[in-house]
Design a protein around this ligand. Structure first.
Ligand SMILES: *Cc1c(COP(=O)(O)O)cnc(C)c1O
Length: 219
């Protein structure tokens, strides 16, 4: 069995073992974050039956995924990186989920493209939960306004998404995200990466985005 498949299986086992005694946890979906990795690493996962994959750059994703996605329509592709409005058209064409909606301008553009292409994507509202200067994401005080705006556009908002600050423990940020997500009655919550996915799941994440623990170190 290919190493990446073994890694995925171990992560699933670990999640099960760590959380089997907490009462109300939902088995989260694992987004295999394949950015920078080639199809030689990705295909074994697809063959194994894994469906959710994440990329952070539109152009790279088009090159890697266009063909295989038109072949296998059970694959769900998630855009987890920041999205510029001039790439929205291509993003809506390729992706099933966009995790990085953080402005009215972007929301509007996605909605327009969906109508033009007659295609629907599910979106997450990205929250700048650490209030960091150089980061994507809407300020947490503006989340519910942005959500209301998305509803007027008929966007299918699955839930909130965050990338907590690198240099601090994630857990308090995950708690806060969970509370905000519940208040807004969302079904899904996208948080947790290789270093902190167990904490994320304890705080009700339904999508964890795992790259290096599956594929190995990136250059
Ligand atoms: C790269 C990336 C991940 C995965 O990171 P790992 O630490 O390799 O698991 C998750 N989310 C986002 C937004 C990313 O850009």
């Amino acid at each position: 069995m290919h190493q990446v498949v073994q890694n995925l299986i171990s992560i699933k086992e670990e999640i099960k073992q760590n959380l089997s005694d907490s009462k109300d946890y939902k088995v989260p979906k694992i987004i295999a974050v394949s950015k920078t990795f080639g199809m030689d690493k990705i295909l074994p996962l697809i063959e194994y039956g894994h469906q959710d994959f994440g990329e952070n750059k539109v152009q790279e994703a088009i090159e890697k995924w266009s063909v295989i996605k038109s072949d296998k329509n059970n694959i769900k592709l998630h855009l987890i990186g920041g999205l510029q409005t001039n790439k929205v058209k291509l993003a809506v064409q390729l992706f099933d989920y966009i995790h990085s909606v953080d402005s009215e301008k972007l929301a509007k553009k996605i909605s327009n493209e969906q109508q033009k292409q007659n295609k629907k994507v599910r979106v997450f509202i990205q929250v700048n939960i650490g209030n960091e200067e150089q980061k994507f994401g809407v300020n947490k005080l503006s989340v519910s306004n942005l959500y209301s705006y998305c509803k007027t556009l008929n966007l299918d908002v699955a839930g909130l998404m965050c990338i907590p600050p690198l240099n601090k423990p994630s857990e308090t940020f995950f708690k806060e995200m969970n509370e905000m997500n519940k208040k807004l009655n969302f079904e899904d919550l996208s948080m947790g990466m290789s270093s902190d996915y167990l904490d994320a799941i304890k705080n009700s994440a339904t999508y964890v985005r795992i790259g290096s623990n599956i594929f190995g170190k990136r250059n």
